[in-house]
Design a protein around this ligand. Structure first.
Ligand SMILES: Nc1ncnc2c1ncn2[C@@H]1O[C@H](COP(=O)(O)OP(=O)(O)OP(=O)(O)O)[C@@H](O)[C@H]1O
Ligand SMILES: [Mg+2]
Length: 323
């Protein structure tokens, strides 16, 4: 059984006086396996938050279905096993993080001893020990984000849904969140999170989905999505060869960089690497390295975003607004 299963999930908003249609999420399908960290990637306005809010039962889908641990949402049993960090967590300014967690524990029906124990563990996990009794209004954005993560974990959920958990955090804070996600995975929990920070997704997600303009563009293992080899980088030492020979070598390459007596070139897919290296050798250059270059997640993301831009969007046409 999958942790999350989404089939044809759609959310259409009606906006403004003319009730203009906005297809925030359009017939998306994907599944999140139990025990994996699943990254949900997409540019601003792609539909990430809308999807998460539907999964949490906070807004109703216009069409399609979703199940959480096999229960069709909204479902009370599923809700008990879920933790949620909203995009912009809102707290009572005058509470401290211990009070916030105590309050959350009460909502889940935990007794005082359970609440105190769990609260202490989580405050330590997110590194807020020194601020545990300060009012949340004195917290920095990063500290509030940590408090939100602690709150999402108060009921010891099997599945956590984190909307942009790294947002507003400095590099150390981002690493802490990455470690929290990896720790949750180690405990066998499932993590479904969105992020703009590609390197964070790359370092923790087992699988990802890329959503653009309400549609899923790619789903799969990171390695599959970013496997295409886009070229080969060759570094040669050319300090001792003359300018003319160097120029001759460069005409065969796509991208050329010269630094400190080293020549770095990029050869496109299908180029004859052997011939290039032999030619360099004959001209007196010394080979230093040959490295296959793969597409990065960032390349994939930019390509998906561009594809989305080029598509026509019946989603927001006024003609359909009156239907
Ligand atoms: N309550 C609403 N009423 C009308 N339109 C909405 C509403 N909420 C979201 N939208 C629209 O739905 C689309 C998707 O928004 P959503 O917040 O889900 O995107 P997102 O991927 O989370 O973006 P971001 O990266 O900026 O957080 C956007 O075009 C947005 O303007
Ligand atoms: Mg969002």
């Amino acid at each position: 059984m999958n942790a999350i299963e989404v089939r044809g999930l759609t959310k259409t908003y009606r906006k403004g006086f003319l009730r203009r249609r906005v297809d925030a999420v359009h017939a998306i399908d994907f599944a999140v396996l139990q025990g994996e960290a699943f990254g949900f990637l997409g540019p601003n306005g792609a539909g990430k938050t809308t999807t998460m809010r539907m999964l949490m039962g906070l807004i109703a889908p216009t069409a399609g279905t979703a199940t959480i641990f096999g229960h069709q949402i909204p479902n009370r049993e599923a809700r008990q096993r879920l933790g949620f960090l909203p995009e912009a967590p809102y707290f009572y300014d005058y509470l401290s993080v211990s009070e916030l967690l105590d309050f959350t524990g009460r909502l889940f029906g935990q007794n005082a001893a359970e609440r105190a124990k769990r609260g202490d563990e989580l405050i330590e996990l997110v590194g807020l020990q020194n601020a545990r009794n300060s009012a949340l209004k004195s917290y920095s954005k990063g500290m509030l984000q940590r408090a939100g993560i602690a709150q999402a974990l108060m009921n010891d959920p099997d599945l956590v849904v984190f909307d942009e958990p790294m947002s507003g955090l400095d590099p150390i804070g981002r690493k802490d969140v990455r470690d929290i996600i990896l720790g949750l995975k180690e405990q066998g929990k499932t993590v479904f999170f969105s992020s703009h920070i590609l390197s964070d997704v790359e370092s923790v997600a087992d699988r990802i989905a890329i959503i653009v303009r309400g549609k899923i563009h790619d789903v799969g293992r990171l390695r599959e999505i970013v496997s295409a080899q886009i070229g080969t980088e060759i570094v040669m030492q050319v300090a001792s060869i003359d300018k003319e020979s160097e120029g001759q070598l460069c005409t065969k390459a796509d991208r050329v960089r010269r630094h400190d007596g080293d020549l770095t070139v990029m050869l496109g897919p299908g180029s004859d690497i052997d011939a290039f290296v032999r030619n360099g050798h004959d001209l007196g250059a010394k080979l230093i390295s040959i490295t296959p270059i793969h597409e990065t997640l960032e390349d994939v993301f930019v390509r998906a975003a561009n594809d989305g831009e080029n598509e026509t969007t019946p989603a927001s046409s006024d003609a359909e607004a009156s239907s």
